[in-house]
Design a protein around this ligand. Structure first.
Ligand SMILES: [Zn+2]
Length: 283
């Protein structure tokens, strides 16, 4: 039978003191919430209905909106075409050159969520901190475990794809990448498989050489003191990355880069040379 390790359960007076202080702080936060009118209190305590951390992030916005929409008409003043009111939770106002109070609803929502430069409401902040601790206690560990499993699955799929699909070498030293790696996979802007050979032909027509080493493809053009790697993976353009030649690992390896849109139809060679010269000059 396995016995529980006692190494982490040894009494630590400092940890015990911190725990007690945190409990007192949470108790003070609950007291702050109970000082506001019951209809707001119910909204601020409804984080107990959250079923996940993601739910909680949405809940904060929704709670702020509900509170802002419940400000009674007699607490709202009309000033220079905007409806304004003090915070119904903490009583705080804003002092502007023309008007006082938060614009209803957006200005007040920003105060309640602490968005941007807005001063975060002390009352809603107390509720949000309690809510954050609640979802962490209830779902934090399970969510992290699920995330790790998902990441491991993705890594397995990527590793398998790397052995069967074409990898694109677009840098002298960085590892070659799949067609949709990096920002292309987030934005879904990678070139469709049937357009890849069109892009290869376009680059080769500009004087580039095609090298295939196993499943690693590179398209390069060597010049006197630089080498250019073509990256054909984007949907509507080819990116040319210029490096010193012969390439040596150093901070100054890269000499520039430029995009060449697929929509360019005529005088490809002269337009390419023009852009290459500009990119080298700019660098
Ligand atoms: Zn407030």
């Amino acid at each position: 039978m396995r016995t529980r390790s006692h190494s982490t359960s040894a009494f630590d007076p400092l940890e015990d003191k911190i725990r007690k202080l945190e409990e007192e702080l949470d108790s003070a936060r609950r007291t702050i919430i109970r000082l506001v009118p019951i209809e707001y209190q119910e909204i601020l305590e409804s984080f107990y209905e959250c079923q996940s951390t993601r739910d909680f992030w949405r809940w904060k916005e929704l709670a702020a909106e509900k509170i802002a929409n419940r400000v009674p008409e007699n607490a709202i003043t009309e000033s220079f075409g905007t409806r304004r009111a003090d915070c119904p939770l903490c009583g705080r106002s804003t002092m502007g050159p023309y008007a006082e109070g938060f614009a209803i609803p957006r200005g007040l929502i920003h105060h309640l969520t602490g968005f941007g430069n807005a001063h975060h409401c002390d009352v809603s902040e107390a509720a949000f901190r309690l809510g954050r601790k609640y979802v962490e206690r209830e779902f934090g560990e399970a969510e992290r475990t699920a995330q790790q499993a998902e990441d491991a699955d993705k890594a397995r799929v990527l590793a398998a794809r790397r052995t069967t699909e074409t990898l694109y070498k677009v840098h002298p030293f960085s590892p070659p990448e799949l067609v949709d790696e990096g920002s292309r996979s987030w934005f879904g802007t990678c070139r469709a498989a049937e357009k890849i050979s069109w892009a290869e032909a376009r680059v080769i027509s500009l004087g580039f050489s095609r090298h295939l080493d196993g499943n690693v493809l590179s398209l390069t053009l060597e010049r006197e003191d630089h080498i250019i790697f073509a990256d054909i993976r984007d949907e509507k353009k080819i990116t040319f990355n210029i490096f010193k030649s012969p390439p040596k690992k150093s901070k100054r390896l890269k000499k520039g880069s430029f995009d060449f849109l697929d929509s360019i139809k005529h005088d490809l060679q002269s337009k390419f040379e023009e852009r290459l010269s500009t990119a080298l000059l700019l660098f």
